[in-house]
Design a protein around this ligand. Structure first.
Ligand code: FE2
Ligand code: FE2
Length: 152
């Protein structure tokens, strides 16, 4: 109904995804695999944000100010206290957010008419499909697989 609003929200999501990956690096600097994976992710999400910046500016749109997302805030409330519980839940919540984002972009890609924008959203969907599984893989690396699966 309001595709410009969707594009601006998407741009914000990419910026937040990059910032979230960097916050994992600053929070857990001693976890070598996590740091490597989050650096790759932060750069990829930043690239997506840059692409969204070009796309929205080309349409004459202005980025939205940083705002908390009710959906994400609600998910974050489910994160438990305690160092291990907090870390596991952060990974799983990030995995859910990425998986949901991928589904959303996939639906947009299929709803768009053939053309450059549809190709762009297909590309974004393929890229995002790796991110949910990345976080689930990290959860299984740092935690007992059964514990991660049960919490998930
Ligand atoms: Fe992204
Ligand atoms: Fe992502």
């Amino acid at each position: 109904m309001d595709f410009d609003a969707f594009l601006l929200d998407h741009a914000s999501c990419e910026r937040k995804a990059s910032a979230m990956a960097l916050s994992m690096v600053s929070h857990y600097p001693d976890r070598v695999v996590l740091v490597q994976e989050m650096m790759v992710l932060a750069r990829e999400e930043l690239e997506h944000f840059h692409q969204m910046l070009w796309l929205t500016q080309a349409k004459g749109l202005t980025l939205l100010p940083a705002e908390k997302d009710l959906y994400v805030q609600t998910m974050l409330k489910e994160i438990r206290r305690g160092p291990d519980e907090y870390f596991l839940d952060r990974l799983l919540v990030a995995g859910i957010i990425e998986t949901r984002g991928c589904e959303r972009f996939g639906m947009v890609a299929e709803a768009l008419p053939p053309g450059a924008l549809q190709e762009f959203y297909r590309h974004i969907t393929r890229a995002e499909s790796q991110h949910g599984t990345l976080f689930y893989r990290l959860a299984k690396l740092y935690f007992d697989g059964a514990e991660a699966a049960e919490r998930q």
